[in-house]
Design a protein around this ligand. Structure first.
Ligand SMILES: Nc1ncnc2c1ncn2[C@@H]1O[C@H](COP(=O)(O)OP(=O)(O)OP(=O)(O)O)[C@@H](O)[C@H]1O
Ligand SMILES: [Mg+2]
Length: 510
C-alpha cells in the first residue's frame, strides 16, 4: 500500500502522455481525485478530456504515465480491468441493447446464477431494484430500452455500473443530451452517490453544474494541466479564464434586431410521425430577415418533425412552407438548399458530416460543383485548398493544420465549427440552427452565438431550435413556445422571462 495521502485518493494519474501519430493530445497530465468527492474536468473542445478518461477506463492506451487506484498501481489495458477494479463509465453515446429490458441490459455479462448454475433473474431483479431505490433512480426494470427517454437510458447506464459494484463513476458530458429537469435529477443522483462514498468524475462544459455540485475541478488546456482547484474558491468567470488562457467575457452584448421583410413562412403545418401520430399540429410562424426566431420547448414536442418538414426529409400532410414566397413543402432536400435554406442539424454525426471524409471534403460537400472550385467538371486543387484554409482560419477550426484530417478525429466542438463554416459560407436566406451548441465549450458556444447574431445582422432570417432555454433567451429576438406540436405563444424576447416560458413549455398557462 502507498502513503496515507495516496490512500485518500481514489484516482491518481501521473505523467500521462498520449500521442495520435505525431500529435500530442496529452502531455505530462496529472489527475488526483479524492475518495467520495465529485470532481469536474474542464477544458475546451479538443483539450483532451475524453482521451484522459478513456485511458482511465482502459479504452485507450497511454504512451507513458502511471495510474494508481486507491493507492495501487494498475495496468488498465482493457475496460474489463477497469470494471474489475470498480471503475464504471457512462459514455455520451449509450451502449445498451434497445430490444432488451432494463434488467436484461444490466445483467448482460454479469449474470447471477443460483446454486444449480441456472440464471437467477429474480435475485438479479431484486438487486437492481434495491440499487434503483437506494440512489433514487426510479427505474422500471421490466421496461424495454427502446421505449425509454434519453434521460432514463442514462440512468440505466449508471445503474449498470453500480450493479458491477463501481466505486468510481466517470461520466463524459452526461448533461449535454438532457432536458433541464433531467439535469436536476442527475445532479441529485450524483450527489447521493458521493454521499455514499462513491467517487464521481464528470466532464462537463456547463459551469453552473460545476459550481453547483462539484467539489474539485481540474482544468486542462491543449493537453496540459493548468490547475486543480477547490470549486468554492473560484467564480465561473475565473474557471473559464483558466480554461481558455485569457480573460474571457461570458456575456454577449446583443444589439437590437432590425427586422425587415418576412422571408420564411409556415402556415397551418401538420406532420405525422412514422406511426401516423400528429407531431406537428396546425403550426404557423413567420420569420423576418434580420431576426432570430427561437423555438423553446421540451424535447419531443414536434421540433424534430418540424425541422424534417422544412428540410424535406419528411412529407407534410397539410399546410405550406414558403421561402421568399416559394412553396417548398414536400420537395427534395436539394431543392430546399437551392432555395436558400442552410441547416446546422441536430445530429452532427449522422446528418451534418461525413465522418470518414477529410475536413476539406466536408467543407466542400455543397460547393464542389461550383466555379471557381470546379470548372468544366474539373476540381481546381489550389482554389479548393485556399477555400478550406480560409474557412479553417476564419472559423478557428482546430488544430489549424487539420485540412487533410478525417473529420471523425476532430473534437466535437471543432466538428460543429466545421458545419457552421460550411453552412454559413452558403450565404443562405434562412439559417436553421438546431441545438447548435450542444456539447460545445463556453468559448465555442459564445462563438456560435455571435455567429448567429452576425448572420442576423447581415440580414439573414435565423430559426433557432434548442432545448436549452438559456440559449434561446440569450440569443433569440422572438421566442415561440412549442408544446404538443403547436406554437402556444410568441413573445418579443425582451417582453418575457424564463419563468413564463418554462410554464408554457410544460403545458401550463392554457
Ligand atoms: N483517435 C484519434 N486519432 C487522432 N486524433 C485524435 C483521436 N482522438 C482524439 N484525437 C485528438 O485529440 C485531441 C483531444 O481529443 P478529445 O476527444 O480528448 O477532446 P475533448 O477534450 O474530449 O473535447 P470535446 O469537449 O470536444 O469532447 C483532439 O485534438 C482530437 O482531435
Ligand atoms: Mg470529449
Amino acid at each position: 500500500m502507498g502513503t496515507p495521502d495516496q490512500e485518500n485518493m481514489a484516482i491518481q494519474m501521473v505523467g500521462i502522455y498520449k500521442y495520435f501519430g505525431p500529435y500530442c493530445a496529452l502531455e505530462n497530465v496529472n489527475l488526483d481525485v479524492k475518495k467520495g468527492t465529485m470532481h469536474a474536468i474542464l477544458g475546451e473542445n479538443g483539450a483532451g478530456k475524453s482521451t484522459l478518461m478513456n485511458i482511465l477506463y482502459g479504452m485507450s492506451k497511454p504512451d507513458a504515465g502511471q495510474i494508481f487506484i486507491n493507492g495501487k498501481l494498475l495496468d488498465i489495458k482493457h475496460p474489463k480491468t477497469a470494471i474489475e477494479n470498480k471503475i464504471g463509465m457512462v459514455h455520451q453515446h449509450f451502449m445498451l441493447v434497445p430490444t432488451f429490458t432494463v434488467a436484461q441490459n444490466i445483467m448482460l455479462g454479469k449474470e447471477l446464477t443460483n446454486p444449480f448454475g441456472i440464471l437467477d433473474f429474480k435475485k438479479a431483479n431484486r438487486v437492481i431494484e434495491e440499487l434503483s431505490e437506494k440512489y433514487n433512480l426510479l427505474i422500471d426494470t421490466k421496461k424495454k430500452i427502446e421505449n425509454m427517454s434519453v434521460g432514463m437510458q442514462q440512468r440505466v447506464e449508471i445503474l449498470k455500473a453500480l450493479y458491477r459494484e463501481a466505486e468510481i463513476l466517470i461520466l463524459d458530458e452526461p448533461t449535454a443530451v438532457l432536458t433541464p429537469q433531467e439535469v436536476k435529477d442527475l445532479m441529485l443522483t450524483l450527489k447521493t452517490l458521493a454521499q455514499h462514498g462513491k467517487t464521481v468524475v464528470i466532464i462537463t462544459h456547463k459551469l453552473n453544474e460545476i459550481k453547483q455540485v462539484c467539489d474539485f475541478c481540474t482544468i486542462i488546456r491543449r493537453g496540459k494541466n493548468i490547475n486543480s482547484v477547490n470549486v468554492n474558491d473560484y467564480s465561473e468567470q475565473q474557471l473559464v479564464s483558466m480554461m481558455v488562457g485569457y480573460d474571457m467575457d461570458l456575456k454577449i452584448n446583443k444589439t437590437k434586431a432590425i427586422p425587415k421583410d418576412v422571408v420564411f413562412e409556415i402556415d397551418n403545418l401538420t406532420v405525422l410521425d412514422d406511426r401516423g401520430i400528429k407531431k406537428v399540429n396546425n403550426l404557423s410562424l413567420k420569420i423576418r430577415s434580420g431576426e432570430i426566431f427561437g423555438i423553446a420547448g421540451v424535447d419531443d414536442n414536434g421540433q424534430r418533425e418540424l425541422v424534417e418538414a422544412i428540410t424535406s426529409l419528411k412529407k407534410v400532410s397539410s399546410g405550406t412552407i414558403k421561402i421568399k414566397g416559394l412553396e417548398i413543402q414536400n420537395t427534395t432536400p436539394q431543392n430546399v438548399i437551392a432555395s436558400g435554406i442552410a441547416t446546422i442539424p441536430e445530429d452532427r454525426h449522422k446528418e451534418g458530416l461525413v465522418m470518414n471524409f477529410s475536413v476539406t471534403e466536408n467543407l466542400l460537400l455543397k460547393k464542389y460543383k461550383e466555379n471557381p472550385l470546379s470548372k468544366h467538371g474539373r476540381l481546381n486543387k489550389q482554389k479548393i485548398n485556399d477555400f478550406a484554409d480560409s474557412l479553417i482560419k476564419k472559423f478557428d477550426i482546430r488544430p489549424p493544420e487539420c485540412k487533410k484530417r478525417l473529420v471523425r478525429k476532430l473534437s466535437g466542438g471543432n466538428q460543429q465549427k466545421l458545419i457552421i463554416a460550411r453552412e454559413v459560407s452558403e450565404d443562405p436566406d434562412l439559417l436553421v440552427a438546431v441545438q447548435p451548441t450542444r456539447g460545445l465549450d463556453v468559448g465555442a458556444m459564445e462563438y456560435v452565438h455571435r455567429e448567429l447574431l452576425k448572420q442576423r445582422d447581415l440580414g439573414k432570417a435565423v430559426l433557432l431550435i434548442s432545448l436549452d432555454l438559456n440559449e434561446i433567451i440569450d440569443v433569440a429576438d422572438k421566442i415561440a413556445v412549442i408544446y404538443n406540436g403547436n406554437i402556444v405563444k410568441t413573445f418579443e424576447s425582451a417582453a418575457t422571462n424564463e419563468n413564463e416560458i418554462g410554464i408554457l413549455m410544460a403545458g401550463g398557462g392554457k
